[in-house]
Design a protein around this ligand. Structure first.
Ligand SMILES: [Zn+2]
Length: 320
C-alpha cells in the first residue's frame, strides 16, 4: 500500500537511485531497494514500464518503485537480510504512506473527507456534486448547442470559498488515487458516499481500459466521475466552439465484426488552465459527464462518446 515512487535507496550502494538507473538494460540496481526516506526504509521493488492498448491508442505506463506485497522477494533480494527484515509498509509519517496522505488531505477538506474510524475515511461525493451542479446551473446547460453559445462567459460567484476548497480536496484525493501502486489500496481507507449510498471506486474513477464501463455507468447514474488517460490531440477553439477540446486516447474493443470505440473529450473553458499540456501526457479530469452513442453503419463502428465541460481550473490536472 503506497504511492508510486521515482526514487529508491539501494542497500549495496548506500545511496539513492532514480528510475533511469533502474531501467537501463540489465541494470544491477533493480533489487535490494528500500524507501528513500531514512526514517522509513520500507522495502521496495522496481516495476518496469510497459505499453498497453491497441494502435493508434497505445498508452505508455511508466515504471515506478513500489511496496512489495508478498513476503518473499525474488532470488536477487533473497540473500539480502537488510531487505528481508525491512518493514513491509511505509511508516505513518512517510510521505509515501497512503493513510498518512489521506489524513493530511482530510484535515483541509472542509468536511468533504471525514474520518469515520481510525484508518477509515468517507469521501462525501454529494457535497462535491452540489458544488459542481452550482457551476453548471449558473453557466447554463451542458452541451447541446451550449458549447457554441455566447452565454459561456458567465462566472460562478456564490460561495466560491467552499467550492474552491471542495474542488481542491477532490483533486488532491484523485491525484493520490492515480499515484497508487495498487488499485484497491485507497478504497480500503476511503469510501465514497453519495446521498447515503456507497459508491465503489471502480464506479467513480476510470482509466482508459474502463472507459466503456464509465459510459454505461453514466447512462444509469447521475453523479460526478473522474477519468484518467493520455492526451491524443488538443483542438484550439475555433469560430464555432469557444472551448479548447482535449481528446484522450480511446479504448477500442471488438464484438464479433463490430468495433466499439469509447472516447473521452474534455471541453476546457480557459485555455490557460491547460498551458503546457501536450500530446501523450497524462491528464485527470472530473465532473458531471455526458454520454452520446453514435453508430457508423458503413464502417460497422459504434462510438461511445463521453464528454465533460471543465468550468473550473481545479477540475483538471495533468502530469508533466
Ligand atoms: Zn517510506
Amino acid at each position: 500500500m503506497g504511492v508510486k515512487m521515482t526514487e529508491a535507496y539501494h542497500i549495496d550502494l548506500k545511496d539513492n537511485i532514480d528510475l533511469k538507473e533502474a531501467s537501463e538494460f540489465n541494470s544491477p540496481l533493480t533489487h535490494k531497494l528500500l524507501c528513500e526516506n531514512p526514517q522509513c526504509r520500507a522495502r521496495l521493488k522496481y516495476v518496469p514500464s510497459y505499453l498497453k492498448g491497441e494502435e493508434p491508442n497505445i498508452i505508455f505506463v511508466s515504471d515506478y518503485f513500489g511496496l512489495v506485497s508478498s513476503d518473499k522477494g525474488n532470488d536477487e533480494d533473497g540473500d539480502a537480510s537488510d531487505w528481508k527484515n525491512a518493514p513491509k509498509n511505509h511508516v505513518d509519517s512517510c510521505r509515501y504512506n497512503t493513510i498518512g496522505q489521506v489524513k493530511i488531505i482530510a484535515r483541509e477538506s472542509e468536511g468533504l473527507i471525514q474520518s469515520i474510524s481510525a484508518e477509515g475515511y468517507e469521501f462525501r461525493l454529494h457535497l462535491l456534486s452540489k458544488a459542481l451542479n452550482n457551476i453548471s446551473s449558473i453557466s447554463s446547460d451542458i452541451f447541446e448547442g451550449d458549447l457554441t453559445s455566447n452565454k459561456i462567459g458567465t462566472v460562478y460567484k456564490r460561495d466560491t470559498g467552499k467550492l474552491s476548497a471542495y474542488l481542491s480536496t477532490a483533486k488532491k484525493i484523485l491525484i493520490l488515487r492515480s499515484e497508487m501502486d495498487e488499485h484497491e489500496d485507497l478504497s480500503k481507507h476511503v469510501i465514497i458516499s453519495y446521498n447515503g449510498k456507497k459508491i465503489y471506486w471502480s464506479n467513480f474513477y476510470f482509466e482508459t481500459e474502463d472507459y466503456s464501463k464509465c459510459f454505461y455507468r453514466l447512462q444509469n447514474h447521475q453523479h460526478p466521475v473522474c477519468t484518467y488517460g493520455e492526451v491524443k490531440k488538443i483542438f484550439p477553439p475555433d469560430g464555432n466552439v469557444r472551448f479548447t477540446k482535449v481528446q484522450l486516447k480511446a479504448l477500442t474493443e471488438s464484438q464479433n465484426d463490430e468495433q466499439i470505440i469509447t472516447v473521452v473529450r474534455l471541453y476546457v473553458k480557459n485555455a490557460q488552465w491547460i498551458d503546457g499540456l501536450g500530446e501523450n501526457m497524462k491528464v485527470l479530469a472530473f465532473g458531471f459527464m455526458k454520454t452520446k452513442e453514435n453508430y457508423v453503419k458503413e464502417k460497422n463502428i459504434t462510438w461511445l462518446n463521453i464528454e465533460v465541460r471543465i468550468d473550473q481550473k481545479k477540475q483538471i490536472h495533468f502530469f508533466s
